[in-house]
Design a protein around this ligand. Sequence first.
Ligand SMILES: *Cc1c(COP(=O)(O)O)cnc(C)c1O
Length: 296
Amino acid sequence: MFSAVIQPLIQEVNSTLLSNKNIRVLVQREDLIHPLVSGNKLRKLKYNLLEAQQKGYAKVLTFGGAFSNHVVATAAAAVAMSMESVGLIRGEECLTLNPTLGQAKAFGMSFQYIARETYREKSKIDWCKEFLDCYIIPEGGTNALAVKGCEEIIQNNDFDVVCCACGTGGTIAGIINSLEAHQKAIGFPVLKGGDFLRNDIQQYVKNVNWELCLDFHFGGYAKVNKGLIDFMNDFKKIHGIPLDPVYTGKLFFGVFDLIAKDYFREGTTILLIHTGGLQGIAGMNQRIEKKGWRID
Ligand SMILES: *Cc1c(COP(=O)(O)O)cnc(C)c1O
């Protein structure tokens, strides 16, 4: 599944705001690069799974919450490579699986549930001892091999600024390593207090032409409001591009807000990385239904 070079579609978005401000927005559709493994998670898994295979592992293990894109992606990629997968899931087992875990299970993943307190301390636990036969991929999938995979996201340098949503920061780190000196990367953390990310990203990058914009987390990880949902639904209706509520919705909202506030110089070409995550819409719709909101 990793033999061919992945050539993502790049789509230009047009609107009166953009022509008034003289800004070009290009969307790189990483969400479309594979039918089952979404967006940046495929990039992050590539060299990890190749390494696992090379080392003779038949099983991979990873960590995540019940809505994790990374968990589903690992399950799908593992089965595509004829490997088994195990998910260590934060929290108590639910009798009915949510859409995310249901999908991972359909890809053959087996689960173990860990109490939240243990999960928080998981980096101090030697999981290799307990799961001797598993190649272990960290939560969110970020490690040096994941960053190497994300260095393949940027394939041409026809832009001035590239913007990407950040969880652990692994994806933006790979992107930063692909920049030319005159370009800039801006990361949009989706967690509150994303400032800690600066150090996490720093350890993987050599370039200095990047920054973080901390203003668009919407209250924290997987938190949404009506304004965000309306923006996502309008964006899909007008431009035909679906966004996810946890990452890309916040990124696109933030970038268009900054454009309206003249943050970018006239004549700037912005590349927006659509990192995928659309599997999360179903689970989010279950959670926001009681408020009468819905992602179309
Ligand atoms: C995981 C994820 C991200 C964040 O990637 P990091 O490498 O953890 O920063 C962004 N977008 C989507 C859709 C994701 O699933």
